[in-house]
Design a protein around this ligand. Structure first.
Ligand code: NDP
Length: 458
């Protein structure tokens, strides 16, 4: 008789937990998984998927605007928000069903209850106790908001997905992924947007040209971007809410979105009691194999706060399954992970920003282009695309690739393969462009930008 009920028990059925469990199941492991909310996790139910559906919904407004320049007469348009939210919810139900089936077909036993570690091999799940040789924690993260007066009057990205109507004036606090994505969505849908950022610009950590390009485009769209500003309180008023800032402003609006980062869901799991180290931010400490400080307990995804992206969580979890159940030791490689921001226009990036590259490599060659995409010639849309390559001056290797413009995520995904393979600028140049496309600019960049020191001296 087996020593434990399961070979692998996963806590959390989001993208990472489900992917790792299924992979383990496919290799014959006996797998159980616990989920206390709904199978699917943040990405499918409260993040990437519903957000992207809203991006698509909102982009029709731009298409209607652009159509006239191409000879179309567009009649009266309006969005039925309730219908949009209902169709979005139906799609999420469908995906939830698919995830349930995927688990069933992989012989993964689902426990629809909250789980807690009792010891290194025992999990209490609902009213039951199960044992497992290996445990994988994949409990994700949740939005965090600073504790200021009136914070309960505000929404997070969880609630904004179910708003009953499109706000007339939406105030967004934060300058990260979620903040700029929802600014774009609701601006397209006609909301007045005020975005409040405590730093000097949006998207800290991104390449400086990316930050500058996107914030310029957002301002052109009429988004009021207030940098170097902190919110001190949110108050209720007769006609909605008032956001009070440290600049002494009182901004009247009807909804407030806080997108001020996320924290790992590591509380209440009994981690510390069994010896799993959790850092000050609540992230589970893991080694390069995603192993925690307890030998048979692993953790993947946002709860480890490494690179908080769905495909990364999936790859981390599958690496564990490969290593333990397929005799194929795989360490997740966190270098050159591409990512996208579904802002308006969108961002795609892979590799290093110019400042980080300079910090590591010293001398780097920088190639930047800004241009009006062909589609905007007839549409008259005043929006420019930015593309940038950061190249190691010594080896000619492309270290970073950045784009702000339509289809940037689709374009940069392909380039990420080249960057991952260590492609040089010369190899980019030897690649024939696809014409006419925006993407071809990445293989026709000729002019190096002057070194900042030289540019300043001129
Ligand atoms: P981010 O960490 O990206 O950004 C948080 C923002 O909130 C920053 O601008 C930060 O400012 C600001 N902030 C933090 N604390 C405060 C505070 N107390 N007062 C005012 N501003 C504050 O978090 P998000 O919530 O946007 O997203 C969470 C994560 O989810 C992302 O990091 C990403 O990993 C993932 N995600 C990925 C997406 C994608 O791939 N397209 C989409 C959405 C989310 P400062 O810069 O000054 O610290």
């Amino acid at each position: 008789m087996a020593k434990y009920d399961f070979d692998l028990f996963t806590i959390g059925a989001g993208s990472g937990g489900v992917a790792g469990s299924r992979r383990a199941g496919s290799y014959g492991a006996r797998v159980g998984i616990a989920e206390s909310v709904r199978v699917g996790g943040t990405c499918v139910l409260r993040g990437c998927v519903p957000k992207k559906l809203l991006v698509y919904a909102s982009e029709f407004a731009r298409a209607f605007d652009d159509a006239e320049g191409y000879g179309w007469t567009v009649g009266e348009t309006r969005v039925d928000w309730a219908r949009m939210i209902a169709t979005k919810d139906r799609e999420l139900d469908r995906l939830n069903g698919i995830y349930l089936n995927l688990l069933k077909n992989a012989n993964v036993q689902l426990f629809e209850a909250r789980a807690k570690l009792i010891d290194a091999h025992t999990v209490e799940v609902g009213a039951k106790r199960v044992t497992s040789e290996t445990i994988m924690i994949a409990t994700g993260g949740r939005p965090q908001r600073p504790k200021i007066p009136g914070i309960d009057l505000t929404m997070t990205s969880d609630e904004i997905l179910d708003m009953k109507e499109i706000p007339k004036h939406l105030v967004i606090v934060g300058g990260g992924y979620i903040a700029v994505e929802f600014a774009g969505i609701f601006r397209n849908l006609g909301s007045e947007i005020t975005q409040i950022v405590r730093a000097d610009n949006i998207l800290r950590g991104f390449d400086p040209d990316v930050r500058a390009s996107l914030s310029d485009e957002m301002k052109k769209q009429g988004i009021a971007l207030k940098a170097n500003t902190n919110v001190t309180a949110v108050e209720r008023s007769d006609n909605g809410l008032v956001v009070v800032t440290d600049a002494g402003e009182r901004i009247v609006c009807d909804r407030v979105l806080y997108a001020t980062g996320r924290v790992p869901n590591s509380g209440g799991l009994g981690l510390e009691e069994v010896g799993v180290t959790v850092n000050k931010m609540g992230a589970i400490a893991v080694d390069e194999w995603s192993r925690t400080t307890v030998e048979n307990i692993y953790a993947v995804g946002d709860v480890t706060n490494r690179i908080n992206l769905t495909p990364v969580a999936i790859a981390e979890a599958r690496s564990i399954a490969e290593t333990l159940y397929n005799n194929n030791p795989v360490k997740m490689d966190h270098d050159n992970v591409p990512s996208a921001v579904f802002s308006q226009p969108s961002i795609g990036q892979v590799g290093l920003s110019e400042d980080v590259a300079r910090g590591i490599y010293g001398e780097v060659d920088v190639y930047v282009t800004r241009f009006k995409p062909m589609k905007n010639t007839l549409s008259g849309r005043d929006e420019r695309t930015m593309m940038k390559l950061v190249v190691d001056a010594k080896t000619d290797r492309v270290l970073g690739c950045h784009m702000v413009g339509p289809d940037a995520p689709e374009i940069v995904q392909g380039l990420a393969i080249a960057v991952k393979c260590g492609a040089t600028k010369r190899q980019f140049d030897q690649t024939v462009g696809i014409h006419p496309s925006a993407a071809e600019e990445f293989v026709t960049l000729r002019e190096k930008r002057k070194e900042p020191a030289k540019a300043a001296a001129d």
